[in-house]
Ligand binder design. Sequence first.
Ligand code: NAD
Length: 360
Amino acid sequence: MILGTRIMLDFTYRTLPQRVVFGPDRITSLREEVERLGATRTLVLSTPGKRALAEDAARRLGPLCAGILARAVMHLPIEVARAGREEARRLEADCYVAIGGGTTIGLAKGIALETGRPIVAVPTTYSGSEVTPVQGLTEGGVKRTVRDPRLLPRTVIYDPRLTLPLPPAVSGPSGMNAIAHCVEALYAADANPITSLMAEEGVRALGASLPVVVLHPDDLAARTQALYGAWLAGTALGTVGMGLHHKLCHTLGGSFNLPHAETHTLILPQAAAHNRAAAPEAMARVARALGGSDAPAALFDLATRLGAEMRLAAFGLSEADLERAADLAVESPYPNPAPVTREGVRALLQDAFEGRRPGG
Ligand code: NAD
């Protein structure tokens, strides 16, 4: 949208209270950032596979570290959150350092939701969770979303050097997950010109950098650009409401335990195609940012170029599962540019199941 001088502006824009530290080697300021919060007993969190990251953070914190909990699990099962709260209580932790992807930041949020203690997030993927006050919790096979200001990490340290080891098979889908935040922000019911600027710039930064990141994972300039895009994308996610795409991915992740970023990657072009006619301005901005003429096709082509799996069928879902997913996705109403009907969602899922490239 190019704003002319005769267009009236009328919107609500909410800024989130947060300190962001960005740049190569900024992890060296971890201890200083924790001290700034007045914390003395930090609990460092990670996934089991990335315990080494937590150990490195603990070393940097020195006496300010009270312990490590390397137990984060994707989609945060409620039992994992409860065990984390218990450990935080036992250690009398007054701050949580989450070092890793959205899974690790999710565990910190699951603990902070109860205690209200501050989170310092050190993201190493492009999920964007570090800049949102939102948390997905899975209980009894259903993932629900909680929004609470206590969930917003107080400080974020973006160090692109920490993302260098991220393998191409993770970087690609993780970056597409970030692009999905931008696409839905551009057509959100509560979209505003500021968030839209961030969202379009996020698509541009990620669209330009991800193909380089996947080919040359050690390219620090491309990694920096991708992380900058992820920050913009996460900020857009945290500021405006998401639509059909996020709802569907949420359902597929929580109820079928599908991998988060990979699901976003293959659903995004189909969800964009579903919304194409109803959100022409958003589509034009996404296409412009990606240098294409049709947003859904450009998104599909970018994901394919990144080597992503585009067939939902490859993740072991049956066609019967698609019926249940369609039922769950239309259970409660939410804003979306195109009408959300069961028939429409079922057709979208079929296209995703087969990995069909959306036509122009
Ligand atoms: P993830 O955190 O599980 O990380 C993906 C993979 O990357 C893992 O295998 C991990 O080991 C690996 N990895 C992470 N850092 C690495 C590094 N430095 N080097 C090498 N490998 C590394 O997945 P994700 O996609 O980042 O996050 C998904 C989770 O985050 C889901 O539970 C989702 O619900 C949540 N999420 C929440 C929000 C929010 O706003 N609340 C936003 C996005 C995602």
